[in-house]
Write a protein that binds this ligand. Structure first.
Ligand SMILES: NC(=O)c1ccc[n+]([C@@H]2O[C@H](COP(=O)([O-])OP(=O)(O)OC[C@H]3O[C@@H](n4cnc5c(N)ncnc54)[C@H](O)[C@@H]3O)[C@@H](O)[C@H]2O)c1
Length: 366
């Protein structure tokens, strides 16, 4: 069964939060549309027959008065977004619309972003109706970390509309039993929580933990320090906004097989001049044969937002496949590989195998 790809069917994507990660995702889709053949960092040319170029943006919600009303192609580069412009995005005839404000701009963002006056009155029912009107397949939630009420409100809107939801934020949605039930009742797929980066600190850290454990080394101490200069890091420099992120990072390390309850692994500093460059320093200390010590220090530098877009390129197409298959509730098979805090964790290699199996099965149905 192939009701897409060759026949031109699309993956109709709505965005909540038009910031740096949205910018990189929109650029990645534009690049995929311009260029045939494999693109670096894109793991699968097709998932369930859908190519990255099959993504079509059909709605975009934000609350920033400078972004609301702007064409999505322009909104993705309006400050304080700092994602690097790698690709010129053609006008899309899609204006950013007022989203649900709630706690989206609490903390440091309140001094940086002026909310559009119309956003305060937007309701869950209005967002839900809009998703139905544009026939969205999936809503990707890219709100600032810590905005629990707003993230959960968008999740509720997607569930009511019967639309798939990808929760890129650390706020609990796939880990919230009430919301999970709402998705199950409404026949909509849910992926989350907290997007992993494609090859970022969490993935590297968990892969190295797994490597040491396969050699029966005992990990005695470890930490992960992350610094960056994008708006996500500015927002996360407020401890109240970062609490969820600290939890999800620990949860990923726990799933890799260590006791992470006291491990320091979080956002550790906002360094404005770094822009979208993120640097991670991680250390692993372990005991090996005869009690001999092993110490590993790694420094990883990446461009943060494209690194997240690479994972969304997978997650969005999985959400569409899940919709085609009428899967309701959390898509547990793919979440350990794509998210830091799935409701059921797995090691790096198990998560990759489960994800690859899902993609293989999706290919077989074509
Ligand atoms: N590598 C990565 O960058 C990465 C990886 C994993 C997870 N994440 C998570 O993805 C999310 C987005 O990251 P980002 O770097 O794009 O953030 P960002 O700060 O660049 O963008 C957030 C956008 O959301 C908008 N917004 C705020 N409140 C809103 C509301 N109530 N409704 C609609 N829009 C609202 C802001 O105006 C802004 O445009 C964050 O939660 C982040 O922690 C990012």
């Amino acid at each position: 069964m192939n009701n897409h790809g060759a026949t031109g069917a699309q993956v109709r994507v709505a965005l909540a939060g038009v910031g740096s990660v949205s910018s990189s995702l929109v650029q990645a889709v534009e690049l995929a549309s311009e260029r045939a053949g494999a693109l670096p960092g894109i793991m699968h040319a097709e998932i369930g027959g859908y190519r990255l170029s099959d993504l079509e943006f059909v709605a975009a919600f934000d609350v920033d008065s400078n972004k609301v009303g702007a064409d999505l192609s322009k909104a993705i580069s309006i400050s304080p977004t700092v994602a690097v412009a790698h690709v010129d995005v053609a006008p899309m005839a899609l204006a950013v619309q007022c989203g649900l404000l709630l706690d989206g701009l609490d903390g440091h963002l309140s001094g940086l972003i002026q909310p559009h006056p119309d956003c305060a009155g937007v309701t869950i029912e209005q967002v839900s109706a809009q998703l139905v009107e544009v026939a969205a397949d999936v809503l990707v939630c890219l709100l600032p970390a810590g905005s629990t009420a707003a993230v959960q409100a968008y999740a509720g809107a997607a569930a009511l509309a019967g639309v798939g939801f990808v929760n890129a934020t650390p706020e609990p949605v796939a880990n919230d039993p009430e919301l999970v039930r709402l998705f199950e009742e409404n026949g909509a797929a849910l992926l989350g929580d907290d997007l992993r980066s494609h090859l970022g600190a969490t993935t590297l850290h968990t892969a190295l933990i797994e490597l040491l454990r396969t050699r029966s080394l005992t990990i005695t101490n470890t930490y992960q320090i992350n610094i960056g200069g994008n708006t996500d890091f500015l927002n996360l420099s407020d401890a109240r906004r970062a609490a969820g992120k600290v939890r999800t990072k620990r949860s990923a390390l726990q799933a890799a097989g260590i006791d992470a309850s006291h491990v320091s692994a979080g956002p550790n500093g906002y360094v404005e001049y770094l822009g979208d460059t993120k640097t991670c320093f991680l250390r692993l200390e372990a005991t090996s044969v005869l009690g001999s010590p092993l110490v590993m220090d790694v420094r990883l530098q990446v461009e943060d937002s494209p690194n997240a877009a690479g994972v969304l390129a997978n997650a969005v197409r999985v959400a569409k496949v899940a919709r085609d298959l009428s899967m309701a509730g959390v898509v547990d098979a793919v979440c350990p590989f794509l998210f830091k805090n799935p409701r059921t964790g797995a090691t790096e290699s198990t998560g990759l195998r489960m994800f690859t199996d899902f993609v293989r099965t999706a290919a077989a149905r074509d």
